[in-house]
Design a protein. Structure first.
Length: 337
């Protein structure tokens, strides 16, 4: 059994912790928080050993009557692999902690690519992370783009990708991001950071990305144009994407016309927190004009990187190859809609 620790128990960390618990070959040895709040209380209620991420704040957990298992240094010492799910920039500050204990660590997409040995997407470059000490699981949008690019590149070849990302303004719990009432080019320069980030997975890929922020919290939506080098029809592309385990091609008969209905569908399907781990691609949007493929996809920013973190744990520990890990993760999470 792989012993896994999670440093940071917020939007991503709590989901990764739950996913680790669901795996047949992993044990969650604890999670770390900087302060006592409702998430810390729920971690303890779930039976997850809770560690203080900052020693000076440990007494605040006692004052809130939230039991601690110890300090984060003890968690790092016990874990075979650490998942750092702290806010952007904090992971870089934690790097020395993991190195001091000689514990491999996974970082999230908010950290710089030069912090790590390799960036990671399970579908695209699983083997690059084998035995690495520092791996960065790329961001939600980069994960979604990489999952789309990989099968298209393999099946047809790609001349260029052009993507416009309509991004949520904040997560539902991020009250510091609002109220908002605006539509912002973000950034106002081209490309957005997402294109160069995808190139950390596909170094030779020609890709341009533009970004907009809108007053929404549910999901991101991508407008995609891919110039293919091989011949393809819309039906063939749809069949290819339907065959992938982490892309959900939304059937027309479901009458799902936006992110709101997607989230409702996930809740009705019994998904924890209404999470959508897959790229959600509108089937009727898939079209081919000459060499150009067009489609719309939605990306759930709170959850699509969760299975990727689980696979990255196995890659770093070298306990499975890509196909075996992806299948195990998918089965454990009951992936598929």
């Amino acid at each position: 059994m792989l012993s896994v620790g999670v440093n940071g128990y917020g939007t991503i960390g709590k989901r990764v912790a739950d996913a680790v618990v669901a795996q047949p070959d992993m044990e969650l040895v604890g999670v770390a928080k900087t302060r006592p709040n409702y998430e810390a209380e729920r971690a303890v209620a779930n039976g997850y050993p809770l560690y203080a991420a900052i020693e000076e704040r440990a007494e605040k957990f006692d004052a809130a009557d939230i039991d601690l298992a110890g300090l984060v240094e003890e968690l790092v010492e016990e874990a075979d692999v650490m998942v750092d799910a702290t806010p952007s920039g904090i992971g870089a500050e934690n790097k020395s902690l993991y190195e001091e204990h000689d514990t491999p660590a996974l970082y999230q997409g908010g950290e710089d690519a030069d912090l790590v040995d390799t960036s990671f997407n399970a579908r695209a470059n699983f083997a690059d992370a084998a035995g690495a000490d520092r791996v960065r699981v790329v961001s939600c949008n980069t994960t979604g783009l990489s999952r789309l690019v990989a099968p298209l590149e393999e099946e047809y070849g790609i001349e260029k990708v052009r993507a416009t990302l309509v991004r949520r303004g904040g997560d539902p719990a991020q009250t510091d991001r609002g109220p908002i009432n605006d539509i912002l080019p973000n950034p106002r320069t081209i490309p957005s950071h997402h294109g160069p980030d995808v190139q950390t997975i596909f170094p030779d890929l020609a890709i341009d990305t533009l970004g907009l922020k809108v007053p929404a919290t549910l999901m991101h939506t991508h407008s995609i144009n891919v110039s293919l080098t091989g011949d393809a029809t819309a039906d063939e592309v749809r069949e290819l994407l339907e065959s992938q385990t982490r892309t959900f091609v939304i059937p027309e008969h479901l009458d799902i016309d936006g992110a709101g209905k997607l989230k409702e569908f996930a809740l009705d399907a019994g998904r924890p927190r209404g999470d959508l781990w897959e790229n959600c691609i509108w089937g009727e949007s898939i079209s081919v004009e000459g060499d150009d493929l067009y489609l719309f996809q939605a990306i759930h920013q709170e959850s699509d990187v969760v299975p990727e973190n689980v696979d990255a744990i196995r890659a770093v520990a070298e306990t499975a190859d890509a196909d075996e890990s992806i299948e195990t993760t998918n089965d454990a999470l009951d992936m598929g809609l």
